[in-house]
Every structure is written in structure tokens, then in C-alpha cells.
Design a binder for this molecule. Structure first.
Ligand code: NAD
Length: 369
């Protein structure tokens, strides 16, 4: 059996609390013979700053480069608000994304039937929702040059950001979306603002050509990003895979997140390019939520987003779709049985702690093994 090399970076706040529940799931998979892990642990964010004066140490970066998958908790908190900009907690995550060249951010938005009432939308709009937002993560307006504030000398200043995309960047994110769609419901919605942006015109052309050349079997549609925002809250179940740039993806994935009810439920994956020699790709898996300093240390954080991120690692880094399915089904079973952490307690028959939720997921996995 293959051994999967994991680097666990719990980070700050509730990060270590929710990561402990992933360790329980990994231990169960290992003990039951379903998977074999070699696990390293490191520091990131404020905890790394306290230990090394950096948001991630060089040796932990080395471990991240060597790992098959990085499992990341969350970083940040008021304790580190005053630290220098270059070593602020978020710098650790940005360094990982940059050095591992993680250009594709996958954010599923799944609405478990048991939680449909936690959404701000009506049950019939969100129940059974299962969409995947693929966001380009390393290009576009967040990184384009020039990026500056110029003093115009007349009492005015000018802020400049540059939206820029090259053909290869659009093609490689398009490929990720089409490949994913083939394993799902075979539909891709590509989104940009070609009506007002040149980068949108190119995005549309490149995705259309790629589709025609390599993915004609997949249904492709284009929606302007503003219209797509509206459609996401009007009738989200029309979507399967949505592919879009860094800026629009940032916003649209947050809108999609709220369709599902709670931040504590949402996993994500960030993927690099497939290495032509080894066939492997660098990858980092993390919950969408932050370090939640308001509830850290209380044992009440919801570990489902973190456990779901681990399930995504099984699916996308290791090709273990059946194990990922089993973990996701265990989560659904626990919710259907009425167990909830405090953040999703509406409709609960029993409110459990972080550890209680992790134990229940492992028990459900065991029960259906
Ligand atoms: P947050 O996601 O940490 O918290 C927002 C709200 O959601 C809080 O009320 C929190 O208690 C709740 N929440 C979040 N995750 C939860 C969970 N698993 N279970 C139950 N409730 C949960 O966002 P924030 O408050 O804006 O930021 C707090 C800190 O986290 C800041 O320092 C911020 O910079 C950092 N942050 C880090 C990341 C990351 O590591 N990727 C992402 C976002 C924010």
C-alpha cells in the first residue's frame, strides 16, 4: 500500500483544536488498513512567529516541499496584530501558496439536507446543493504590476492595481475545471467581465478555444461575473463547476459559502501543476474559516470544515475517492442523527464539543466500514 506523506500545520486559535480531529480520522484510516500515512508536524502563523520570529521557518517550508499534501488549520489572532508586516501570520500562508505554486483554489459548496435551514436562503433553493468554485489563485489583479499609490502632487493620490492574465494561466485553470466537471455533472460555467475588461475578453476566448480543442464533451456556458453573483443566490443548483479569476473567485466563493449555512462547514483545496515526471502535484488543504479567536480554547469549534479538507486531500492528492466519500458520508450521517456543534445548533438533538464531533465522525466511519 502506498504511504502518503502529510505535513500538518495547525497554526493558531482553533487551528490546533480542529486539526486534532483530523488526526483522529487519519489514525482510524491507518488502523483499519484503509491508508498509510507518514505524518510530520510544523508551525505556521503566529505560533511560528513566537517560536522562530518568522511566519513559517525554512525547515517547515522544506517539509512542505517534500510532502504529498499539506494540511493547514488557520492563522492569525489579536496577539499578533502588531508584528511587522513581512512576518505577520498570513505571510506564512501566502509563502506556502507562492512557493508551492498553488494556482488553483477549489471550494466546494455543499448543503447537507440536515443543515438546509441554517442557510439564509429558503430550504428548496439550497437543499442538496453541490457546486464547485474553481478560483485562479496566483494571478490577476491581486498580483499584477504596477501596483502602487502615486502622489500626484496636487493634493491628490492615485491607487493602481493591474488586472493581467496570460494565455497559459487561463488554460491551466480551465483544464482543472473541465477535468473536475468530467468527474461530476459535466458542466462548466466560466465567468469574467468581457463586456468591460480586456482580460475578460481574453479569458473568454481562451476558455472557449480550450473547450473546443480538448473538452467538447463537457457542457460549457459563459456568464458575466455580476450576473453570476445574482444567479448564485437566485437558483444556485443550476451550477456544477464555476471557473473564474482571482478577484471574482474571491467574492463569488464567499457568496457560495453562505449558501451552505456556516463557515465551520467549508473545506478547500489549493493545487499546483502536475509534475510531468512524478505525476504528483503540490497541494494544500485548509478550511475556509480563520482562527476564530473569539471561541479559541473553548473546545466548541466545528471541526467539519477541517475534516472535509482532509477528505479533499484523499480525493485530489491520493486518488482515494472511496475514502473521501466515506468521510463525507460519515459527516452527513452524524448531522442527520442530530449532532451539532454550537455554530450550527439549530435543529440539534444534541450539541457536542469539537472533540465530540470528531469522535462521532470516527464512530460513523467505523459503523459503515
Ligand atoms: P473567522 O473565520 O476566524 O471567524 C468568523 C466567525 O466565524 C467567528 O465568529 C468565529 O467564531 C466563527 N467560526 C469560524 N470558524 C468556525 C468554526 N470552525 N466553528 C465555529 N465557529 C467558527 O474570521 P475572522 O474573525 O474574520 O478572523 C479571525 C482571525 O483569523 C484573523 O486574525 C484573520 O486574519 C484570520 N483568518 C485566517 C484565515 C486563514 O488562516 N486562512 C482565513 C480567514 C481569517
Amino acid at each position: 500500500m502506498a504511504t502518503y506523506k502529510l505535513l500538518l500545520l495547525p497554526g493558531d486559535g482553533i487551528g490546533p483544536e480542529v486539526m486534532a480531529e483530523v488526526e483522529k480520522v487519519a489514525a482510524f484510516l491507518q488502523a483499519s488498513g484503509a491508508a498509510q500515512f507518514e505524518i510530520e508536524r510544523g508551525l505556521v502563523g503566529g505560533s511560528a512567529y513566537d517560536a522562530h520570529g518568522q511566519a513559517i521557518s525554512e525547515s517547515d517550508m522544506g517539509l512542505a516541499q517534500a510532502a504529498d499534501a499539506v494540511i493547514f488549520g488557520a492563522v492569525g489572532g489579536p496577539k499578533w496584530d502588531g508584528v511587522p508586516y513581512d512576518v505577520r501570520p498570513e505571510a506564512g500562508l501566502l509563502r506556502l501558496r507562492k512557493d508551492l505554486k498553488l494556482f488553483a483554489n477549489l471550494r466546494p459548496a455543499i448543503c447537507y439536507p440536515a443543515l438546509a435551514d441554517a442557510s439564509s436562503l429558503k430550504r428548496e433553493i439550497v437543499e442538496g446543493l453541490d457546486i464547485m468554485i474553481v478560483r485562479e489563485l496566483t494571478g490577476g489583479v491581486y498580483f499584477g504590476e504596477p501596483k502602487q499609490i502615486i502622489d500626484l502632487g496636487n493634493g491628490q493620490k492615485r491607487g493602481i492595481d493591474t488586472q493581467v492574465y496570460d494565455t497559459f494561466e487561463i488554460e491551466r485553470i480551465g483544464r482543472v475545471a473541465f477535468e473536475l466537471a468530467r468527474k461530476r455533472r459535466n458542466k462548466v460555467t466560466s465567468s469574467e467581465k468581457r463586456n468591460v475588461m480586456k482580460s475578460g475578453v481574453l479569458w473568454n476566448e481562451v476558455i472557449t478555444a480550450l473547450h473546443k480543442r480538448e473538452y467538447a464533451d463537457v457542457e460549457l456556458e459563459h456568464q458575466l461575473a455580476d450576473a453570476l453573483g445574482m444567479q448564485l443566490v437566485r437558483w444556485p443548483k443550476q451550477f456544477d463547476v464555476i471557473v473564474t479569476d482571482n478577484l471574482f473567485g474571491d467574492m463569488l466563493s464567499d457568496v457560495a459559502a453562505m449558501l451552505t449555512g456556516s463557515l465551520g462547514m467549508l473545506p478547500s483545496a489549493s493545487l499546483g501543476e502536475v509534475d510531468k515526471v512524478t505525476g504528483k502535484r503540490k497541494a494544500l488543504y485548509e478550511p475556509v474559516h480563520g482562527s476564530a479567536p473569539d471561541i479559541a480554547g473553548k473546545g466548541i469549534a466545528n471541526p467539519i470544515a477541517m475534516i472535509g479538507s482532509f477528505a479533499m486531500a484523499m480525493r485530489y492528492s491520493f486518488g482515494q475517492g472511496a475514502i473521501a466519500d466515506a468521510i463525507e458520508k460519515a459527516v452527513a450521517d452524524v448531522l442527520a442523527a442530530g449532532l451539532r456543534t454550537a455554530d450550527i445548533k439549530a435543529g440539534a438533538t444534541k450539541v457536542v464539543s469539537t472533540a465530540g464531533m470528531g469522535d462521532a465522525v470516527v464512530a460513523a466511519l467505523k459503523a459503515s466500514a
